[in-house]
Design a binder for this molecule. Structure first.
Ligand SMILES: NC(=O)c1ccc[n+]([C@@H]2O[C@H](COP(=O)([O-])OP(=O)(O)OC[C@H]3O[C@@H](n4cnc5c(N)ncnc54)[C@H](OP(=O)(O)O)[C@@H]3O)[C@@H](O)[C@H]2O)c1
Length: 278
């Protein structure tokens, strides 16, 4: 029997919800020998992980906030020092203020966490992702699909010559409109969350084009019973079911698929998803 090489994974937001379910799955040894850098804002390993942990899985608990660039850089530097490469980065952490008319502070938190902070994670780890074959999974949302933007806003997000500077400008344009309270009139969706995830999907496509040796995808986990998901009612999926698509993109057979948005046909479906229109 061939000896399996130890792989290195980084997962954000593991203390609850889908991130906790992802970490439980990794701890169970389902993906072979693994070193997992598991991040929480508190920097402590959440309850309920140790009992799942197999001896061939090492879990390292790390403090990280997506709104603290230094914590992102520190983790990337530490992992670079301790390993020759990273095999999998799962950007799971995110926030959702599920109502219209959120405060400027809440809008800033949404855009900074879901878009800027997650993008910073990608940028910090891209130089040390195993190439070829390293993977990034950005946990996004169906709320970030371009159908929620007015038709005149969509082409800019899909443009093949989109740059990160232009994408930042688009997000700033939305932010300014939302600050004035006229974003919906301008064609933007009524919730900052949707724009943050649309920008994350666009960044995913852009980074995938720039790094053809890697598999960089985003996904919607479905409607999942977590603190975040329960704001909108009674979600249909368990966190374990919500973890399926991110785990498939991280470890499953996805061929050479990269730069895509993955989801099931319905947010209640429990499959591993497929490529969908962004
Ligand atoms: N649940 C759903 O129905 C659903 C649907 C579509 C997409 N998603 C996406 O799935 C991902 C996981 O969501 P969830 O449902 O599991 O939500 P959750 O239970 O609310 O967990 C969110 C996680 O993100 C962490 N987090 C929030 N802000 C952070 C920051 N600035 N820096 C670092 N970590 C931060 C939280 O840490 P703390 O505990 O410290 O706050 C927590 O661990 C999110 O990206 C979300 O947008 C979820």
């Amino acid at each position: 029997m061939a000896v399996q090489q130890t792989r290195v994974a980084v997962v954000t937001g593991v203390n609850r919800g889908i991130g906790h379910a992802i970490l439980r799955n990794l701890a169970s040894g389902a993906h072979g020998p693994l070193v997992v850098y598991a991040t929480t804002r508190a920097g402590t390993l959440p309850d309920g992980i140790a009992k799942h942990q197999k001896p061939h899985v090492k879990i390292i608990s790390v403090p990280l906030s997506l709104r603290d660039p230094e914590s992102i850089e520190a983790l990337a530097a530490r992992v670079a020092k301790e390993h020759e490469a990273v095999d999998v980065l799962i950007n799971n952490a995110g926030v959702y203020y599920y109502r219209e008319g959120i405060s400027d502070t809440e809008r800033a938190d949404t855009l900074e966490t879901n878009y800027k902070g997650t993008l910073h994670m990608c940028q910090a780890f891209l130089p040390i992702l195993r190439n070829p074959g390293g993977r990034i999974v950005n946990v996004s949302s169906q709320a970030g699909r371009l159908r929620w933007l007015a038709p005149h806003l969509r082409p800019a997000f899909l443009a093949r010559d989109l740059t990160l500077e232009k994408l930042d400008d688009l997000v700033r344009e939305y932010d300014a409109a939302a600050g004035r309270g006229d974003e919906v009139k301008a064609g933007w969706p009524p919730m900052a969350y949707a724009v943050s995830k649309a920008a994350l999907n666009a960044a995913t496509r852009l980074l995938a084009r720039q790094h053809p040796g890697l598999l960089i995808n985003s996904c919607c986990p479905g409607w999942v019973a977590t603190d975040l998901g329960a704001q909108a009612g009674t979600p249909s999926k368990t966190p374990e079911e919500g973890a399926r698509i991110p785990l498939h993109l991280a470890f499953g057979d996805i061929g050479h698929t990269t730069g895509k948005y993955w989801a099931n046909d319905s947010t209640a479906d429990t499959g591993v998803g497929k490529v969908q229109e962004p």
